[in-house]
Write a protein that binds this ligand. Structure first.
Ligand code: APR
Length: 280
């Protein structure tokens, strides 16, 4: 517990604290992780989901993507206590931002609850751009580095739509599903071999550079460029804490590594930080 108390003390006095998350934070919600014994990439070949394959063979890509989507996102997952703890720390000013590799949308969902807005992102599931004030402010401080699997985007006109109806059209034989403009829909996520959106990546990198506390949570830290973010933070004198069930390649540059479950560690961390007053 000493490790957590040290992290809490750092968070209390931090000017710019950033939380960086991976699939491990959503595992307690039932969302499968990617690596490890029952990881998604044990059941599926990640080579089937590259950007190159999407461009070469969109019909085949979508036939496999439907199966992956049903495996990963079929249930209506809810944020867990770890998402909620980060949302509260973000709302109370102890966290500047949450940068996530996850595409499940659970941080945004937890943020709208934390802001007491009540409505969750599904209220806007008809894909329109209207968002509640809470969701808008949540979006300002939640960076979805790898996009959001609950949406698709037209490769030609850029129009975004909710994923579910498009998956159903693909299951009914529309392979690949296409936009009214004739363009092919693509899941609104960053595929292997696809460049991350430059603005999001630059903002994530500047947050890592500016941070004085950087928490890497529930990630194996093996996929670039995301995995470099804690290294950027460490090279700029930030205190780097890693909370993950397994060791990671970044442990050597971290000031502290806690091999503990996120639903134990994060609510306790929030409690330690909040129990001693508001953000500086
Ligand atoms: N508490 C803490 N850590 C956990 C928990 C938990 N309850 N459950 C799992 N973990 C840890 C695992 O030990 C593992 O190291 O979370 C980590 C998840 O690692 P990955 O499955 O590799 O997920 P992630 O690091 O997010 O993958 C990065 O790879 O496939 C791409 O685009 C995909 O965003 C993803 C990227």
């Amino acid at each position: 517990m000493a490790e957590l108390e040290r992290l809490a003390a750092d968070l209390r006095t931090a000017e710019t604290a950033v939380a960086f998350t991976g699939a491990g934070i959503s595992a307690p919600s039932g969302v499968p992780t990617f690596r490890g014994d029952d990881g998604v990439w044990e059941a599926f070949d990640e080579g089937q989901f590259t950007y190159d394959r999407f461009q070469r063979d969109p019909a085949g890509f979508w036939a496999d993507r439907v199966e992956l989507h049903r495996t990963m996102f079929d249930a209506e997952y809810e944020p867990n206590t770890a998402h909620d703890a980060l949302a509260e720390l973000n709302r109370d000013g102890h966290l500047e931002a949450i940068v996530t590799q996850n595409t499940d949308g659970l941080h945004a969902k937890a943020a709208t609850t934390a802001r007491g807005d009540g409505s969750d992102s599904d209220n806007n599931s008809d894909g329109d751009e209207r968002t509640t004030a809470a969701e808008f402010s949540a979006r300002e401080t939640i960076l979805e580095l790898h996009g959001n699997a609950r949406r698709v985007r037209c490769s030609d006109c850029g129009r975004r739509e909710p994923m579910e109806p498009i998956v159903e059209r693909a299951e009914d034989g529309e392979l690949p599903p296409t936009c009214d403009c004739g363009g092919t829909y693509k899941p609104d996520v960053v595929l292997f071999g696809e460049r991350l959106p430059e603005t999001v990546l630059q903002r994530a990198r500047s947050l890592a550079r500016e941070s004085d506390v950087f928490l890497a949570i529930g990630s194996s830290l093996v996929v670039e460029p995301a995995a470099s973010l804690p290294r950027i933070a460490a090279s700029n004198e930030a205190t780097v804490g890693i909370i993950n069930l397994e060791s990671t390649p970044v442990d050597s540059v971290a000031d502290g590594c806690l091999q503990e479950g996120v639903t134990t560690a994060l609510p306790r961390l929030q409690e330690l930080v909040e129990s001693s007053g508001s953000a500086q």
